[in-house]
Ligand binder design. Structure first.
Ligand SMILES: NC(=O)c1ccc[n+]([C@@H]2O[C@H](COP(=O)([O-])OP(=O)(O)OC[C@H]3O[C@@H](n4cnc5c(N)ncnc54)[C@H](OP(=O)(O)O)[C@@H]3O)[C@@H](O)[C@H]2O)c1
Length: 259
């Protein structure tokens, strides 16, 4: 057992220098949790988010690491143990894709699948494995995987991305069985979320069309915000004491229409 033991609960969010991950660490920090901010490339935005969290009176640790590297995942877990001595919630949010029209079968190579799976599926597995021993030390621990509605609707940035998120859903259920009763494992499958992800992937004009199209087709006539996903990650991580193995669709009712 580590000599360091934070009385505050600790939330680790992968890919939290931007978008959904950043909104999630902010929400946990606002609720008095210590947070771990992670990204694989530029740490400047991650440091800014950590500084913002510290103004709320909590501690925030920035760990640069690529979730597709098992060594990076284990190093992150070791840094969390050294700094806080505990890990209560892990949000596996880091993700990647390639934008390729689904009908363009030649547009995806085996290497594209492997790169996307390495982050979206294997990365979540490696992070969960690295942190499980620390998470098992305290009651009420939870893992939240950020999936996508692409996994159940057959739409999204590419077939490889849809398949990777389907695999993540299956892994969520498998880990929920394997890690209970100590750790609950759930997933959120959001629809179109307003983050740099789609803006950069589609370009300004196609992004604006996608937003308008989504609003026109969803029952609630809305797209999803990063804060909407953070709310769900808060409930599934910090609350939801009797919920495990759940994949929560967060799509403003897109699935209720004809798509
Ligand atoms: N936006 C949407 O419409 C939408 C919809 C459904 C699901 N999602 C899912 O939501 C998650 C977050 O997406 P977002 O929209 O918030 O994207 P975003 O704004 O582009 O943020 C992505 C974050 O992930 C980090 N990241 C990327 N690869 C990483 C890796 N290998 N290891 C560690 N960190 C990594 C990025 O930082 P670095 O670049 O520095 O690594 C960044 O912090 C993804 O899993 C995505 O599949 C998004």
């Amino acid at each position: 057992m580590s000599e360091v033991m934070s009385p505050r609960r600790v939330c680790i969010v992968t890919g939290s220098s931007s978008g959904i991950g950043a909104a999630t660490v902010r929400l946990y920090a606002r609720n008095g949790w210590n947070v771990v901010v992670n990204c694989s490339r530029d740490t400047v935005p991650a440091e800014a988010i950590a500084a913002e969290c510290r103004t709320l009176g909590v501690d925030a640790l920035v760990v640069k690491g690529d979730v597709s590297s098992d060594a990076d995942c284990r190093r992150l877990a070791a840094e969390v143990e050294a700094r806080f001595g505990r890990a209560d919630v892990l949000v596996n949010n880091a993700g990647t894709t390639k934008f390729v029209a689904a009908a363009d079968l030649e547009g995806l190579s085996a290497e594209d699948f492997q790169r996307i799976y390495a982050v979206n599926v294997i990365g979540a597995y490696q992070m969960s494995r690295a942190l499980t021993p620390l998470m098992q030390r305290h009651q009420g621990a939870g893992i939240v995987n950020v999936s996508s509605i692409a996994s159940v609707m057959g739409m999204g940035s590419s077939i490889a991305y849809m398949a990777s998120k389907g695999a993540l859903n299956a892994m969520t259920i498998g880990l929920a069985r394997a890690l209970g009763p100590a750790i609950r494992v759930n997933a959120i499958a959001p629809g179109l979320v307003e983050t740099p992800w789609l803006q950069q992937g589609l370009g300004a004009e196609r992004y604006a069309q996608a937003v308008e199209g989504y609003k026109a087709r969803s029952a609630l006539a809305a797209v999803i915000t990063p804060e909407d996903v953070a709310d769900a990650a808060w409930w599934l991580g910090a609350g939801a004491a009797k919920t495990t193995g759940e994949v929560l669709l967060l799509d403003a009712g897109l699935r209720l229409t004809r798509g």
